[in-house]
Design a protein around this ligand. Structure first.
Ligand SMILES: *[C@@H]1O[C@H](CO)[C@@H](O)[C@H](O)[C@H]1NC(C)=O
Ligand SMILES: *[C@@H]1O[C@H](CO)[C@@H](O)[C@H](O)[C@H]1NC(C)=O
Length: 544
């Protein structure tokens, strides 16, 4: 039998990446069996970095900018430190796709010269390395999104966000790994292979912006950008212990990226920032949504709404709706349930009000989302995979091609749209009495590699895509085998088959040390207030 067609495409793409890395860095070889679980910690202590490099890669985005503007560090030194870290991150986690170190060093040199000659910076992101999920197009590099059909196809036009980042002075140096066509909640594909979690190597970094989350958690990037249409920023951010913002549709520029299901606008994908600290998210928001950058002049779907600072008055007491141990469809695992309890106690200790939030409509919201997506996602992905002999992994089962799906009825599309509107309207009314909702991001703490293939569930994140509400993740705790004992499943009231499979997956020893994060859901287009509320919760957790 002939070898599968995709292998050739994969070989060529990986060669391109490996050559681009090897031109500058040859990280040491590691004995896999001797690597500890925490690859981030290991790399920071390994002697691979100089003391200045260590300092740079552990500095927040805003402080890096200050140090460059004050000529403490050159942009070149900063870029080199992150490229060196990214090279090691690739070796240990497989988080990169396209490598642009050569271009990045040239950009950084040009920026340094400009500052030296004129005494001024070119823009508010002068000299800052920013990493991007693979779907953002940096021409002429391919944007393969893990598909053989696109793996070696040069692209002509930069994504709007890419050209804005350049104008603001950012240095673009790497793109990051995603699952096949960005349609899974783990990061694996037939071109670049599987990415693992740098904080615990037996766990997944999540998906679909999983390479991005892994690179940031490894200190290989101070700030990255992902996309989200069902949880693709939030799940990896949560599983890699990061902050990740999924904005409302239209708030940030999304024009001109590669899509897994092009033309599907029932639930549009949105772009948003991911970082180890909340302030880096704010930095991204205020610079991209500034009058100077004016993304609404370049993206016809971007709303002309400048970023506002400090919208939440100091000392405001919040009224929070808390979604407890299940969403009406699937229960969360014990470490996630403990995290919800921690946040409730911490908020109440600061005088905030926490009320139980009902979820009886979530099942219907998710069914509507699923129906809308499957009607409009057609068969493009399945056809592309088939042409290159690429397997359709179990978690992508709903994208299987079938004769019926080739015929989309306008009446079905219309009734899905009506239903979506009705669900949004009733949720809007339901949320009038509260400031925000806090919920788990997924039933799992960061899940064991491969675990979600037969237990695919993104309901905790995807509801908010259909409702089009802004959401931000925040780190809470780590799973702990002593605190998060297995439940007695013989007595457990499962909600359905999937729930029983998800519950059976929990093992306190395997999940020990897995990051647990939660999400805050705000009202549509209130991204500023969402970040302010995350700040309130993070501070309450710290004091608790
Ligand atoms: C892994 O190492 C990093 C860096 O030292 C640390 O912040 C983190 O808490 C460690 N453990 C986990 C599970 O993230
Ligand atoms: C790319 O840009 C060129 C020149 O601006 C334009 O003619 C072309 O239609 C663009 N292609 C796509 C796919 O947007």
């Amino acid at each position: 039998m002939a070898p599968p067609k995709y292998l050739e495409a994969a070989k060529k793409a990986c060669q391109r990446r490996n050559d681009a890395l090897a031109a500058f860095y040859q990280p040491p070889e590691w004995d896999e069996s001797k690597l500890p679980a925490n690859l981030t910690e290991y790399s920071l202590d390994s002697g691979y970095y100089s003391s200045e490099e260590l300092k740079i890669i552990q500095t927040s985005a805003r402080d890096i900018l200050v140090n460059i503007a004050q000529k403490e560090w050159t942009s070149l030194a900063v870029t080199q430190a992150f490229c060196k870290a990214a090279a090691l991150a690739q070796k240990l986690t497989n988080c990169l796709t396209e490598v642009l170190f050569k271009e990045a060093f040239e950009t950084a040199r040009t920026l340094d010269e400009h500052l030296e000659l004129t005494g001024s910076i070119v823009g508010p992101l002068h000299g800052l390395p920013i990493s991007l999920k693979d779907c953002f197009i940096i021409a002429p590099y391919p944007a393969s999104i893990g598909l053989a059909a696109l793996a070696n196809q040069p692209q002509n036009n930069d994504t709007v966000l890419v050209s804005i980042l350049r104008e603001l002075g950012a240095v673009l140096y790497a793109k990051t790994n995603v699952p096949t066509s960005m349609l899974m909640t783990e990061t694996t594909n037939c071109i670049w292979g599987e990415c693992r979690n740098p904080l615990q190597k037996l766990l997944s970094p999540g998906g679909s912006s999983g390479g991005e989350a892994a690179l940031i958690a490894f200190h290989g990037s101070p700030l990255g950008v992902g996309t989200d249409l069902g949880g693709s920023i939030r799940t990896p951010a949560a599983w890699c212990y990061l902050y990740g913002l999924k904005p409302s549709v239209g708030r940030f520029p999304s024009w001109g990226g590669m899509s897994g299901i092009p033309g599907q606008e029932f639930v549009p994908a949105v772009s948003g920032p991911m970082a180890r600290d909340l302030d880096s998210l704010r930095l991204f928001c205020e610079t991209i949504l500034s009058p100077a950058a004016a993304p609404w002049r370049k993206d016809p779907k971007c709303l002309p709404m400048e970023w506002k600072t400090s919208v939440l008055k100091q000392g405001t007491k919040l009224r929070v709706g808390l979604i407890g141990r299940h969403d009406g469809v699937v229960h969360c695992h014990p470490p996630v349930e403990r995290a919800l309890g921690l946040v409730k106690t911490a908020l109440e200790a600061q005088g905030h009000e926490v009320v139980d939030w009902r979820v009886d409509d979530h099942g219907e919201i998710l069914r509507t989302l699923q129906l809308g997506l499957s009607t409009l996602s057609g068969t493009t992905v399945a056809d592309m995979l088939e042409e290159w002999d690429e397997p359709l992994l179990p978690s992508m089962g709903s994208f299987k091609a079938s004769p019926e799906r080739r015929i989309v009825q306008a009446t079905v599309v219309g009734s899905n749209n009506l239903k979506k509107g009705e669900l949004q309207k009733s949720y809007l009314e339901r949320m009038a009495s509260i400031d925000c909702i806090i919920q788990a991001v997924s039933p799992f703490a960061a899940a064991r590699l491969g675990a979600t293939q037969e237990r695919f569930y993104v309901g905790y994140t995807a509801v908010w895509n259909l409702l089009d509400l802004p959401v931000c993740t925040f780190p809470v705790t780590m799973a702990d085998r002593d605190l998060d004992k297995a439940r007695d499943l013989s007595q457990f009231q499962y909600l359905n088959d999937l729930d029983s499979k998800v519950q059976a997956e929990y093992d306190p020893d395997i999940y020990h040390g897995a990051p647990v994060s939660l999400q805050i859901v705000g009202k549509r287009l209130e991204e500023e207030k969402v970040l302010d509320m995350v700040d309130v919760v993070a501070k309450a957790l710290k004091q608790y």
